[in-house]
Write a protein that binds this ligand. Structure first.
Ligand code: GCU
Length: 427
């Protein structure tokens, strides 16, 4: 039986209204629906139907024809195309293994520069378990703040923060609890290296951030005369994910790290980022996406919580300009977020959501995962085999996995052991 025929009846979510007549909330002047019965009755395009309308039934056709085709569709229409690794890229490993955290870890720091002048760069910090003897699997976190604010370690280089009011980067000297990476001790104990970089090193997260980041730097290479990226060129999410790929370029040069066992994680907009980075870069072995929501794993078609309309109104810089042209006609789009998840197959991906985080439409993420599952099957792996959802806090740990914690938007300490168990199982 065609996989789509198997999936689609399960996706037929009962609905009453085409239009939300009584919104549960209004954000940026756009209605928000939180009533399941109004979420829409829709069909999803089948990731296993080729351009000729025929089913894709073997891994070779998937890998050689269908996967590149789908990748191109999502790239052009949602996140935008990225440039290759820059020729001028260089690694300055200025800290090559200093004892840290009372001797439980060894710290490395590397500045990755993207241009000859060294104006475009990111700072990476890596903690290895003290007893690690090389080829250590690594959890890479793309984080919200500079490395020195993400960890309690006075030896870390002071990074940069974006000052929105002044519209400039400044030394990251002050930070509160926000953005702290608290799972490091647990990950080290379980034999993983942990790495961190600040997403704003690639481009500040601001509608005007473009002028200060990597996308602007690359304008001019083949885009002479343009003042901004073209309709299908990279938005900030693709740029942040491009930064993840450049860190993996570095891992490939470091004998202490096993670049074939890289897990990547990020929360919220950075959950969206890790999903897309994992979809694009096949060197990513495992994606742990926390509350990625709309513009991440939840479906554009579902009229529930945040929608593409909200995204392009409030965060236009995150996406390729063309994404906005699909607002209001999501059901005509040749893709939805299950395509993005299917691009990660057969590599591992865990979607972590929160039960009260309605804005992110956690159930929409589950439905998308279910719809991506036939691609995992084609490649000999399991995905979401049971419908409906498991109870709160009970993870589904297949190659394509799902966890809904009891709580809201974010990653909570109870999620950490699940992430590490998932890595143990799939790395
Ligand atoms: C906003 C946005 C979400 C995003 C979140 C975040 O709430 O609407 O799409 O995930 O910010 O990144 O914290």
């Amino acid at each position: 039986m065609n996989a789509a025929l198997f999936v689609l009846p399960l996706l037929a979510i009962p609905a009453l209204a085409q239009i939300i007549d009584s919104p549960d909330e209004v954000v940026a002047g756009i209605p928000v629906n939180y009533t399941e019965a109004k979420a829409g009755w829709f069909e999803l395009p089948d990731p296993l139907t080729g351009s000729d309308g025929k089913p894709v039934t073997d891994p070779a056709t998937w890998n050689e024809v269908q996967r590149p085709r789908i990748l191109g569709i999502v790239e052009a229409n949602q996140y935008g195309r990225v440039p290759p690794r820059p020729e001028a890229m260089a690694f300055d490993a200025f800290d090559e293994g200093t004892p840290a955290f009372d001797g439980s870890a060894r710290r490395k720091q590397v500045t990755i520069t993207f241009d000859k002048a060294g104006e475009q760069f990111l700072d990476l910090v890596v903690y290895l378990p003290a007893e690690s003897e090389g080829d250590c699997p690594v959890l890479l976190n793309i984080g919200w703040v500079a490395n020195n604010l993400a960890v309690d370690d006075p030896g870390v280089k002071v990074g940069r923060s974006w000052n929105k009011e002044a519209q400039r980067r400044e030394p990251a000297t002050e930070g509160g609890p926000f953005g702290k990476l608290r799972m490091i001790p647990l990950a080290l104990e379980r034999g993983y290296a942990v790495a961190h970089f600040n997403y704003a090193d690639i481009e500040p997260d601001d509608v005007n951030g473009f002028a200060h980041g990597i996308r602007h730097h690359f304008l001019g290479e083949g885009q002479e005369g343009q003042s901004k990226p073209g309709a299908e060129d990279w938005g900030a999410i693709a740029a942040w994910g491009w930064g993840i790929s450049r860190v993996i370029d570095y891992f490939e040069t470091d004998a202490e790290i096993d670049a074939s066992r890289v897990a990547i994680t990020g929360v919220s907009r950075l959950g969206k980022t890790v999903i897309w980075a994992g979809a694009r870069d096949e060197r990513v072995a495992c994606v742990l996406a926390s509350v990625s929501g709309s513009g991440g794993a939840s479906l554009n078609r579902r009229r529930y919580g945040e929608r593409p309309a909200h995204l392009v109104e409030r965060f236009p810089h995150w996406f390729a300009a063309k994404f906005a042209s699909w607002v209001g006609r999501e059901e005509e789009a040749p893709w939805d977020s299950h395509f993005i998840l299917s691009l990660i197959a057969p590599r591992a991906v865990l979607l972590q959501t929160g039960s009260t985080d309605k804005w992110s439409d956690p159930y929409g993420e589950f439905v998308a995962a279910r719809a991506a599952t036939p691609v995992f099957h084609l490649l000999g792996r399991k995905g979401i085999e049971d419908f409906p959802q498991p109870p709160l806090g009970e993870p589904m740990m297949n190659r394509l996995g799902y966890l809904m914690h009891d709580g809201g938007h974010g990653m909570i300490p109870d999620d950490w052991p699940v992430f590490l168990d998932f890595m143990d199982k799939h790395l």
